[in-house]
Write a protein that binds this ligand. Structure first.
Ligand code: G3H
Length: 249
């Protein structure tokens, strides 16, 4: 099955009005790509970026969302607010949210549910730490993180969920998983999904994330089960990000 590639830039807590404007200007100069291009600015810049992207082929993502619809949740942002600003994708369970802000598998699952309820597309991030990889627990961890979501929203909901496999040891370290290593895990994730639903497993877009650069992206995208990338640091440089998008076709 041919799945459209997705190249998403997670800008994390970076940027200013000026730098965001320059970055988006740079990306808008890129010619059309067959890949779906996504950018995830920090919340304060969603409105600015949404305006700049209007009428373009680049779509907007948010880096996080509340699992609650509204009310007394100081500092939180609801999925309906994100919808208001033209957001299409929302990251859920990024490893930085899990490890630094204590988001449990169950909390991530509730966020996925809230994102789906607003008809937005969750980008569900899963992946193992270095310690877990060394003790051969990579698949066990990925399956546990997937199970929490499957149990809450059901496997059919995965028709509208993008999975991002991001080994924690590769995030921001400059050490990407090799294309073969990533392919091995992606293939296993797909096989695991197929135990619930073959059609969902075939349709699921599984992105790789963790120190993706232009130089490593071609080999990653050539792999049969890698359907794109969730890019952190390299997405802050328009030329580098465009080169990654071009590698996706
Ligand atoms: O969301 C993106 C990932 O955390 C990867 O970040 P990185 O490309 O800077 O390693």
């Amino acid at each position: 099955m041919i799945r459209q590639k997705i190249v998403a830039g997670n800008w994390k807590m970076n940027g200013s009005k000026e730098s965001v404007s320059l970055l988006v200007d740079g990306l808008l100069k890129m010619e059309g790509s067959s890949a779906q291009v996504v950018v995830a600015p920090a919340f304060p810049y969603l409105s600015q970026v949404s305006g700049m992207l209007s009428g373009s082929h680049i779509v907007l993502a948010a880096q996080n969302a509340s699992d609650q619809p509204k009310g007394a949740f100081t500092g939180e942002v609801s999925t309906s607010m994100l919808n208001d600003f033209g957001v299409k994708y929302v990251l859920a369970g990024h490893s930085e949210r899990r490890s630094l802000y204590g988001e449990s598998d169950a909390m991530v699952a509730h966020k996925v549910k809230a994102i789906l309820a607003e008809e937005l597309i969750p980008m569900l991030c899963i992946g193992e730490t270095l310690e877990e990889r060394k003790s051969d627990k990579t698949l066990e961890v990925c399956e546990r993180q997937l199970n929490a979501v499957i149990e809450l929203v059901g496997i059919d909901a995965f028709e509208n969920i993008v999975i991002a496999y991001e080994p924690v040891w590769a995030i921001g370290t400059g050490v990407s998983a090799s294309a073969e290593q990533a392919q091995g895990v992606h293939e296993s994730i797909r096989k695991y999904l197929s135990t619930f639903s073959v059609s969902v497993s075939q349709q699921s877009q599984i992105l790789y994330g963790g120190s993706v650069k232009a130089s490593s992206s071609q080999a990653l995208f050539a792999m049969p089960d890698i359907d794109g990338a969730l890019v952190g640091g390299a997405s802050l440089d328009a030329d580098e990000f465009i080169a990654i998008i071009k590698a996706a076709g």
